[in-house]
Design a protein around this ligand. Sequence first.
Ligand SMILES: Cc1ncc(COP(=O)(O)O)c(C=O)c1O
Length: 421
Amino acid sequence: MNNVLKDVNNIQNLYNKHINPSLTKLTSFAGFGTEHTGQGCYITDSEGKTFLDLLGSYGVFALGHKHPKVVEAVKNQMDILPLSTKVFFNETQALLAEKLSALTNHKLPYSFFSNSGTEAVEAALKFAKISTGRSKFISTKGGYHGKTIGSLSVTGRDKFRKPFEPLLSGSCFVPFGCLETLKKEMDQNVAAIIIEVIQGEGGIHTVPKGYLKQVRQLCDEHGALLILDEVQTGIGRTGTFFAYEQEDVEPHIITLAKALGGGIMPIGVTMGTAEIWDKVFGENPLIHTSTFGGNPLACTAALTTLQVIEEENLLEAVTEKGNHFLNGLNKIVQKFPKLLKEARGRGLMLGIEFIIPDSAELTIVQMLKRNILAAYTLNNPFVIRIEPAYIITEEEINRALKAIEESVQDVEDVLKSIDVL
Ligand SMILES: Cc1ncc(COP(=O)(O)O)c(C=O)c1O
């Protein structure tokens, strides 16, 4: 296995022949090799180069790579019962549902378990449809909710949606944070508004204070549901367990995934109120199911992840480290006013927005040369997202900031040399 792994060209060849030729070109053009192993905040490629991971698989590695407590718990569970029969009760699933409910102060006492963010969103859309008897969804421009047919229907980027139309009929998109446009779209057909608390793939955008509370009021006035997609913002990424806690809003449904599996197991969850669960499952308890959803390995990973976040006071750490990181990014923005527009975000969900097309991508390549891993946001290539592990140290943040500054400088020098700046 190791011999094969060391042969980078062979791996790329296999990707080209058997996985995705265009992606192979893109990945190798950007300078990525073959990943081999990860530990803490670092990922090492098959040539032995080690990178500080600021991307964290788009928010998955909240505890870093291979957190020892999560690894140990999952290994133990492997010896007991890795997957579920689906007909017996399962302890790990029950305990996780109880824990998640407690984290919402039992406002959302029910959980449906799946394996990814997009599945969590699919379930949320289905639950909203069946419990309201309506079919229109309002989502946001630039919003990202996944790429299966249902979640794609509410993902706010034409580039991903158009080739697959017609999608779910009746979905529409409003500017993120604009209440007036939302009011115009609200009517008696709206099943739900689905929205991220902070737009992740849209470019790390926050909403004005009070906006989400007003969105909930609007939902109540029209008998619609509020679905908050916390797939990326949830599990502490913004400094509170759920990002909505900072917005003084109560959702009817939330979706979680990514970080919940502790960087070890994939897991998705759709949480909702007792009323919704009654309407969804009351008559037919098997109306929505998943073979692998809620499996013991994933639930054990999630339970241990929640425990580690609490035991190691990681929520506080996220806020402190996030502030330090953002201050540093703001200084860099001030230094390059022609190239950089803004640094923003909350906790360790940060973004730095570029002004010139392609300059974010060029900066990422320069960062990679300095052994720092980052990427731009999927729906907005002007923004480099920064989502490191919560265990990142101040020293590592300072190293990252230095590398970002030097990389932006390199890009500015090149752009000046060709008269673009
Ligand atoms: C807010 C949000 N929802 C849903 C998804 C889809 O998750 P997945 O890629 O696990 O299907 C993502 C993925 O980035 C996301 O950021």
